[in-house]
Design a protein around this ligand. Structure first.
Ligand code: MEV
Length: 311
């Protein structure tokens, strides 16, 4: 059986500010993945098809279609045109454990898994940088004006210190970080949140740009703290980053409730992660405190909590 996969991601610092060229830090969540398996077409069916049962979609891929606005068919089309090959006669079935519209990079992960599976069937590998470029093109459907951080951390599956349009820098983790990822259960569109921050910049330029710069400064300090393994400093910076994200209007009552609950239960720090307005928050905890903070998040209304270690 041919199968490929790609991980989820969390943004540790700098979401939204990344769109404006400020540094941001993200890490893969390798235990939470999207999968693409290659299956033979049913009798009488020809060409390349994408089957996404979770989305209730079964899509034929037309390599010559113009202005494709479906992220899955666009991914397949870009792989085929980049490699200059005709579609193979197979169905690629997609399944994902990553919640959709929740800030964990589900869109990038599914596209990456799909592109990897297609390359395997064709026996034509794409370099990581070509794959990253391709998934970035698809990200524009989800995000409008993405910074590129989601596709980058997911394609390379390494912790990254990311600055838009700059050479990728991977990050050394000085001491493993135990993170809880708390899902508000509220779906939210990153595209809308990014668009609303843009409107805020246009309406109230000076203070908003100042907030964005302060977030960038936090990402820079966090980089050193992460490399040194200074968990207490990382936690404080997460709390500060969350306050600034509130000023950008991308938090929500549900996110604030979970962030407050984690902070009060003894987490070293907590913040929303990703586009915000819903989706997920993250809390940095010591392994000894993880269970207590997790229970507190569930009591405070988290739809589910994942634990992961960034190492
Ligand atoms: C989304 O995971 C991160 C944002 O900063 C958007 C982007 O950087 O493309 C909100």
């Amino acid at each position: 059986m041919i199968e490929a996969s790609a991980s989820a991601k969390v943004i540790l610092f700098g979401e939204h500010a990344a769109v404006y060229g400020q540094p941001a830090i993200a890490a893969p969540v390798s235990s939470l993945r999207a999968y693409a398996t290659v299956e033979t077409n049913p009798v009488g069916v020809h060409g390349l098809h994408i089957d996404a049962p979770d989305l209730n979609q079964r899509l034929p891929v037309d390599i010559r279609a113009e202005s494709v606005d479906n992220a899955l068919t666009l991914t397949a089309q870009l792989v085929l045109t980049t490699l200059a090959v005709e579609p193979p006669d197979v169905t690629i079935c997609l399944r994902s454990r990553i919640p959709i519209a929740s800030g964990l990079g589900s869109g990038s992960a599914v596209s990456t898994a799909l592109a990897r599976a297609l390359c395997l069937v064709l026996d034509r590998p794409l370099s990581e940088s070509d794959l990253n470029r391709l998934v970035y093109e698809v990200e524009k459907i989800h995000h409008g004006t993405p910074s590129g951080i989601d596709n980058t951390v997911i394609v390379y599956e390494r912790p990254v210190y990311f600055v838009r349009d700059k050479t990728l820098e991977t990050l050394t983790i000085g001491a493993p970080l135990t993170l809880l990822i708390g899902d508000t259960g509220v779906g939210a569109s990153t595209k809308i949140a990014v668009g609303d921050v843009r409107k805020l910049v246009d309406a109230d330029r000076e203070p908003t740009e100042q907030t964005i710069r302060e977030i960038g400064a936090i990402s820079e300090q966090a980089r050193s703290a992460i490399e040194w393994g200074d968990a207490a400093a990382i936690g404080r910076l997460m709390n500060a980053n969350h306050e600034l994200l509130k000023l950008l209007t991308v938090s929500s009552p549900e996110l604030d409730r979970l962030v407050d609950a984690a902070q009060n239960a003894g987490a070293l720090g907590a913040k929303l992660s990703g586009g915000g307005r819903g989706g997920n928050m993250i809390a940095l905890v010591t392994p000894e405190h993880a269970h207590h903070v997790e229970q507190t998040l569930l009591t405070a209304g988290a739809a589910r909590v994942f634990q992961t270690t960034i190492a």
